[in-house]
Design a protein around this ligand. Structure first.
Ligand code: Q46
Ligand code: ZN
Ligand code: ZN
Length: 304
């Protein structure tokens, strides 16, 4: 297996691109893919302050590293979710990364700062854990970015994640979600701009990127992810990809090109409908936002 660029010994094949790479050229390829994504979708510019949502896994730490290498002023943000046997380690990987590079990691802890962990919050609110977790993460990322004066939030969603979410939304024709599935969501009052610079890179490439760069990341998945529908969609897409390399890329980028504009109106209508939460001031469809309701129910759950 020879590197496409230098004909030296290759360490990885990327079938989607019909290419093999040696370590230095693979690392360069990843940087190039991210730079191209940022430029093509006009995600951010070099003068802007970026807050990277960091879980301690390969995607978020790989993304943080790539953005720093590409010269962006990127700080990290991590949330202690209180998930046993998972959250403490995640935070440690994020702290270690920040310490080694002398960069800033902003931290919030659900238990210390809001009095509940994902599991008890979910139980009290009668939600599944991933729903309570996702809701908390979105709210706290937005808040941290707005409070800290950041221009943009970057998340480590890769091509596999986005293709799997798209697959699920298409299977159920969740048009409301399809309207929001973009690599860039523009800023609006109370929400910073959100970008996904890894959409051209797959899961396997992100793992290889971290290993070759010597980035220590959390390998274990969150224990709550088990049985998650998205994992099933990923498996299905992986099986298709083996038969027909490039399918995930064609599926996702074809959607962005040919289908996503159809939902522009729906996305606009949704934007206009939002008021403000009377408790925290965050944008909200109801009087009190879902996060404040979750905090309240978790507190009640503790008292009973
Ligand atoms: S951390 Fe949270 Fe994920 Fe764990 S509880 Fe579900 S959403 S699986 S990315
Ligand atoms: Zn090479
Ligand atoms: Zn609120």
């Amino acid at each position: 297996m020879k590197c496409r660029v230098c004909r030296g010994e290759a360490v990885i094949d990327v079938r989607r691109h019909n290419a093999n790479f040696c370590a230095p050229h693979f690392l360069h390829h990843c940087e190039e893919q991210v730079a191209k994504t940022i430029a093509d979708f006009e995600m951010m510019s070099h003068g802007e302050r970026v807050l990277v949502a960091v879980s301690g896994g390969k995607d978020s730490l790989g993304l943080w590293d790539l953005l720093l290498r590409l010269g962006y002023a990127a700080d990290g943000f991590s949330i202690g979710l209180g998930i046993e046997g998972y959250s403490d380690e995640s935070s440690e990987f994020a702290r270690q990364f920040a310490k080694e590079r002398g960069v800033t990691l902003v931290e919030v802890d659900l238990v210390d700062d809001y009095g509940f962990d994902v599991e008890t919050g979910a139980r009290a609110a009668r939600r599944v854990p991933c729903s309570a977790c996702g809701l908390s993460k979105r709210h706290l990322f937005d808040k941290a970015a707005i409070d800290g004066g950041y221009d943009v939030i970057a998340t480590g969603h890769n091509l596999d994640d986005e293709a799997a979410v798209l697959f699920g939304n298409v299977l159920r024709w969740n048009t409301e979600y399809l309207a929001r599935q973009r690599p860039v969501l523009p800023a609006r009052p109370g929400f910073p701009r959100k970008v996904k610079p890894l959409v051209r890179l797959g899961e396997r490439e992100m793992a290889a990127y971290c290993v070759l760069r010597g980035i220590d990341y959390q390998v274990e998945e969150c224990p709550m992810a088990e049985g998650n529908r998205h994992l099933g969609y990923k498996d299905a897409l992986n099986a298709i990809e083996v038969q027909s390399p490039g399918s995930k890329h064609a599926f996702y980028f074809g959607f962005l090109d040919k289908v996503a504009p159809v939902f522009d109106e729906e996305a606009e209508a949704e934007k206009e409908a939002l008021g403000r939460c009377v408790r925290c001031g965050a944008p909200s469809a109801g009087e009190v936002c879902s996060f404040c309701r979750l905090v309240e129910r978790a507190a009640k759950g503790r008292r009973t």
